[in-house]
Design a protein around this ligand. Structure first.
Ligand code: ADP
Ligand code: TRP
Length: 321
């Protein structure tokens, strides 16, 4: 069973990305046959700063390796090192109905926010489908927001298979419901576009300030809080603290007597400790960037073996060869 996922280098990774995407992907490594890539082509619809793209791509490589991606077990590469994915985008895009793309939430949300749409933004689900289909993928661990893209990928694969004969494996999304949507500092979905993120790696002082700045209501510490499980700091604490510790804080908040300041302090400490080992590994990797480059190049060579075979199959099926 092949697992594949991609992450777009369009910003600094936050704990929403970590629990929603990286962690399930990293845990899946024990089963083997994992394919993970940095989706640098995908970053082009929103980001036009070349230096930033390079920096984000490198940053994400460091983040994933530091957080436990094992390049010996898993195949880890940069999307643009296998440009055939763009060729496949054309093959499958020519079978993708306009109506399907017009219904895409991501496109509708972005245009509704006033982002001026370009062809790339509109075609993005097709490129994503190509990412997945090019590697005979069975399982795709993603956050809930990507569910529709996986449905579109399946529709596209089925349509190609029906039109040209069995060519693609039809993949399935793996959505971890317990961490489906990680809330940000303002309570809505954590997302770099909402400016409500807690980064995985970053400056200690700035991050402490962010967490201590979480807005709480005006109830006094002594007041019992029957809605303790709804509290944002409790929800985040559950991600980074041992279950019994988080439950203890929740119970104390519910009973009354625990102040919000103390709760946020505890949240920061647990969060900071949770990523301590990864932080050390990341610093080591950052001191040896040639090694990181070599990992990505080697990954692309391994990924190419599969991509070449699938591409041949797809060209042959549709009569390009
Ligand atoms: P952002 O919303 O910050 O732009 P991306 O869209 O780049 O994040 O998401 C990258 C990956 O992280 C996707 O698989 C997405 O589902 C996941 N992800 C992002 N934010 C969250 C969140 N708040 N909760 C759970 N998963 C998330
Ligand atoms: N679109 C995904 C996101 O924004 C990233 C991505 C690109 C991806 N290609 C993929 C995820 C293929 C899974 C499989 O999060």
């Amino acid at each position: 069973m092949r697992t594949l996922t991609g992450i777009t280098p369009s910003g600094t990774l936050h704990i929403g990305n970590y629990f929603g995407a990286m962690r399930p992907a990293i845990d899946a490594q024990v089963r083997g046959d994992c394919y993970y890539f940095i989706a640098d082509y995908h970053s082009m619809t929103a980001l036009t700063d070349a230096a930033a793209r390079r920096a984000f791509t490198q940053g994400i490589a460091l983040d994933w390796l530091a957080c436990g991606l094992d390049p010996k077990t898993s195949v880890f590469w940069r999307q643009s090192d296998i440009p055939e994915v763009c060729e496949l985008t054309w093959l499958i895009g020519s079978l993708t109905p306009m109506g399907l793309l017009e219904r895409a939430h991501s496109y509708k949300d972005k245009t509704a926010k006033g982002i001026s749409p370009n062809f790339g933004l509109f075609a993005y689900p097709v490129l994503m489908a190509a990412d997945i289909l090019l590697f005979d993928t069975n399982l795709v661990p993603v956050g809930k927001d990507q569910k529709q893209h996986l449905e579109m990928t399946r529709d596209i694969a089925i349509k190609y298979n029906e039109t040209y004969g069995e060519t693609f494996v039809v993949p399935e999304a793996v959505i971890r419901e317990d961490v489906a949507v990680i809330p940000g500092l303002d309570g809505q979905k954590m997302s770099k576009s909402y400016g409500n993120t807690v980064e995985i790696f970053g400056d200690e002082k700035a991050l402490r300030k962010k967490i201590m700045g979480i807005k709480m209501d005006s109830r006094t510490p002594a007041e019992p809080k029957p809605d303790a499980d709804q509290n944002l700091a409790i929800q985040l604490l559950k991600l980074v603290a041992p279950a019994d510790v988080a439950l203890d804080y929740e119970n104390r908040l519910r009973a009354g007597g625990l102040g919000y300041g103390d709760l946020k302090k505890a949240l920061f400490e647990h969060y900071w400790n949770y990523f301590a080992a990864a932080r050390t590994r990341r610093a080591e990797l950052a001191a040896n960037l040639d090694h990181v480059d070599a990992i990505l190049r080697e990954g692309a060579e391994r990924a190419r073996v599969v991509a070449d075979a699938v591409m041949k199959r797809a060209r042959l099926a549709c009569g390009l060869r």
